[in-house]
Design a binder for this molecule. Sequence first.
Ligand code: HEC
Length: 606
Amino acid sequence: MPVWWFLAAAALWPLLSATFNLPDTAGVRHTSAEVRRSKAAVFAFIATDCPISKAYAPELARLHAEYAPRGVAFLAVHSDPAVSAPEVRRHVREFGYPFPTLLDPKQTLARALGVKVTLEVAVVSPEGRLLYRGRVDDRYVDFGKTRPAAHRQDLRAALEQILAGKPVTEPETRALGCAIPFELTPRPAEVTFTRDIAPILFRNCAGCHRPGEVAPFPLLTYQDAARRASLITRVTASRYMPPWLPAAGYGHFQGERRLTEAEIQRIRRWAEAGAPEGNPRDLPPPPEFPQGWRMGKPDLVLRMPKPFAVSADGPDRYECFVVPMGLNADRYVQAAEFRAGDRTLVHHALFLLDRSGLARRRGEQYPCFGTPGFLPSGALGGWTPGSSPIHMPAGISIPVRRGTDLVFQIHYHPIGKPGLDQSELALYFTAQPPQKHVVDIALVSRAIDIPAGDASYKVRDHFTTPVDVEAIGIIPHAHYICKDMKGWAVLPDGRKVWLIWIRDWDFNWQDQYHYAAPIRFPAGTRFEMEFTYDNSTANVRNPNHPPKRVRWGPDSTDEMAGLHIQVVPVHNADLPELGQALWGKIMRSVGGGFYRRPEAYSDKRF
Ligand code: HEC
């Protein structure tokens, strides 16, 4: 450890000891005497509204259980003057911290220990020397880039060395988290919140960042935004927020969530000027959001049979829930809206139809990561946070036969405290049988065998349409180590038309994309896909550490490759021909006889 470190820490200590007399959430006072009686003290800086801080609550409880009996004191510290003591008390109870939480609204401890973000920890010796400052482990590499499990346990390593009386070999690491809101001194600037920033946030963020929605805090008022100015600058510059995977200029989709370069720069300049508020008269009216079902009273609401319990941490869960639809006649679905029971837990959902009875034979609920365990007889679309209700284009309703079961396939992401979810789907029927038919051109491959360490493994597939079609949407699918997804069409005259390009695939933000306007492709168009996988250690999302050979399969450590182009034949009479061609493609890829020919390709039904 460099000598300057001791000197700097020693110089800090008098300040710390002089000011360290703080109440916890129960009103009990704590002082530096407590630290002097311990072998070392861990100060964990937490925040009630920070996802990374919350996610570490169970790990801090485990560390406490392990090290408190060995003489290590644990104290959480809350340093945000804008959050009231009762709110902190509620948070601490909900997330079950087994040690006291100090209220430090003046942020003296954070300043004295040089802590900048939540969650960040500082370990102090009984004499008050700073021995370690930084992250708990290396799970969070960047916003939106998280390892499935930590490779390095930095806090544990430091505590082991301290308890063994050895110097800490790495006394400082960089914690990734939410900036502690130290007071800002806004300077007069040409960029202000009311005139320049509020319109950006209202249009691009408030849909998710408002009370009762999926995001961890609201971004509606000046206070909401100013105290997070640096964090907002960072997540918008990296384009982690707003979440949207397709690259600009490679297909135009409905509901694109993307800031312009100018908007990103405006946010940065505003934060650099200390987040000035500006003239209140410039503030646009706050956005309005509809309450309740957005399309009025549904014809049918289908709900998960029972609440599903999600634990405080551990791996993400993928569950299927089977709900009998109870239809005594065939119906046509025109629209559907999903409502997550607990929006903080549900990461995404798919709505599948099963007429085979296979799903219900597996029970009301069963784990299902990659495939639902049956060949769906249809699908009603999907949901990701912030997505709009599903509305089929005019003339394209989705037929649902009587006796069909709905299967919710839901991805849950633990958030640091246990929770319960019971989600539901509202359906709107139409008397109109479909005039046109949506066909899934599935560019897929099972020929996936990725050597350990291969950072650029490619999977390709193609299909040439024998009839004129219009593409209305596209659904990409792969698991964790896929990096890059490209889809394009080569027209008979040789021109190339992009369908989609995702440069940094993130399984957590998978979506179903609808084109802003249908794209017409003449017979003879060749659809192509190329997915690239990174099975090296450099890929932080790699579920295997060290990397292992990865093959096709439904599990989270297997891979898949699917680019589903949703097309409508321009002439209804062409449907059987397209169906035959696609069926031939499936047969070639699976070697024949594996699945029953889906009835969906016959034009005689409905
Ligand atoms: C589609 C919904 C959605 C939209 C739109 C959205 N966010 Fe978020 N945001 C989220 C969710 C969900 C999280 C929590 C991620 C997590 O739990 O890791 C989040 C987290 C954040 C964070 C905290 C980073 C972290 O993980 O700790 C910031 C800052 C943020 N968003 C800013 C913005 C800004 C600024 C915008 C608009 C420019 C925006 N968001 C738009 C859903 C959204």
